[in-house]
Design a binder for this molecule. Structure first.
Ligand SMILES: *Cc1c(COP(=O)(O)O)cnc(C)c1O
Length: 368
């Protein structure tokens, strides 16, 4: 690879394809696959990820907000896009861009139907979200009659799927709770079919759900983190390939005398002679302050170097004492040989957070 020269987030589409095939191997061939590309495809590059998923014949994409879906349509993505968390103010652009809303509350359902009526839509596809225990978004089982009453005798929109979301799909200690969510969803699905007189397709599993509850795959699964190379489980991680690799370069090297300090608020104080390197990457790039103060490693030529002192807006300082390197050399923050899960774990957070944090200021390079 050429010298990178500056902070760069590499996005490996062949890793994405590998992960997709792995996840597909865990479900029945006829089960549909929805690729979650919200939050700039977990901080990577939404359009290139979406295009790749479309070329791999994924059945659906999902975004959180309407504007993310509009961005995909403007980039020429044609496959169905589920908007997980729309607001009434977004209904116009959802309809104009052929996006498919999740309807998750009585207010949202009523207001969407009103908009659909005003625009004289016919059979516009909508997805009904049920809350089976996460207590975040969704109708309750007891709302089925209300939903039916709202939809009865009108054809502006059609429920093409119903779905729910597991609260703890990665947590083996919560198996019983997850099973209860699954059986509640099955019950809801029966009632919906009976009341509506047709059977919307069903989906409940995220990445860890696919791994741990494949019996509940229904007609579709929704995967995000797994596609990007992380599975909330070391055994699964070993089968997946990280899509995103963040690298930077050494801007400057300093020799630090005993009892000198490094960085703002003199947060690091040296005990002996140290060598430090300053990197062009800070909290404005997504490396939050929680990664400072000697908790987290980056690597240079396979050697680990601690982030020391306070993370600055545009820089971090690392301790490179004993590491053979020079200004301009490459530094691996996370990726292929050094997982984002470990990086995140050092600051008590999860891969999802560090991946989605990498700001738009960091250059993206997509490789295939
Ligand atoms: C983000 C999201 C997912 C993807 O979850 P992963 O754990 O990343 O696979 C699936 N379903 C819903 C409703 C989500 O919000």
């Amino acid at each position: 690879m050429d010298k990178i020269g500056e902070s760069t987030l590499f996005i490996d589409l062949s890793a994405l394809e590998h992960n997709y095939r792995y996840l597909k191997s865990k479900i029945a061939p006829e089960t549909k696959f929805l690729a979650v590309v919200k939050a700039f495809a977990y901080g990577s590059d939404m359009v290139s990820i979406a295009k790749k998923m479309e070329s791999l014949e994924a059945d659906y994409l999902a975004v959180a907000y309407a504007k993310e879906g509009v961005l995909l349509r403007n980039a020429g993505i044609k496959i169905p896009i589920l908007v997980l968390h729309p607001q009434p103010i977004n209904f116009g652009e959802i309809i104009d861009n052929n996006l498919e809303p999740s309807l998750y509350s009585p207010k949202i359902l009523r207001e969407f139907l009103a908009e659909a009526k005003q625009r004289q839509l016919a059979n516009f596809p909508v997805h009904i979200k049920f809350n089976t225990g996460l207590n975040r978004l969704g109708f309750w089982e007891s709302d089925v009659a209300f939903i039916h009453q709202q939809l009865q005798g009108r054809n502006e929109s059609k429920v093409i799927s119903i779905f729910s979301h597991l609260a703890a799909s990665e947590d083996k200690n919560e198996k019983e709770f997850s099973q209860t969510q699954i059986s509640t969803f099955e019950k809801i699905s029966k009632e919906i079919d009976q009341k509506l007189g047709y059977s919307p397709f069903r989906h409940m599993l995220n990445t860890s759900g696919i791994i741990n509850y494949p019996q509940a795959q229904f007609e579709m699964v929704r995967s995000g983190i797994g596609l990007y190379g992380y599975g909330n489980d070391a055994k699964v991680d070993a089968q997946l390939k990280p899509v995103a690799t963040l690298k930077t370069v050494i801007s400057q090297i300093h020799k630090i005398e005993p009892h000198e300090s490094v960085g703002y608020n003199r947060a690091y104080k040296s005990e002996g002679y140290r060598i430090t390197a300053t990197l062009p990457l800070g909290h404005a790039d997504g490396i939050g302050r929680q990664y400072g103060s000697g908790k987290t490693y980056v690597s240079i030529n396979g050697k680990k170097a601690l982030i020391i002192g306070n993370v600055c807006m545009d820089m971090i300082m690392i301790d490179i004492t004993g590491i053979d390197c020079k200004e301009g050399d490459e530094v691996l923050i996370f990726g292929e040989e050094s997982s984002a899960e470990d990086f995140a774990g050092s600051a008590n957070t999860i891969s999802y957070e560090i991946l989605t944090a990498i700001s738009s200021r960091v250059k993206r390079v997509v490789t295939s």
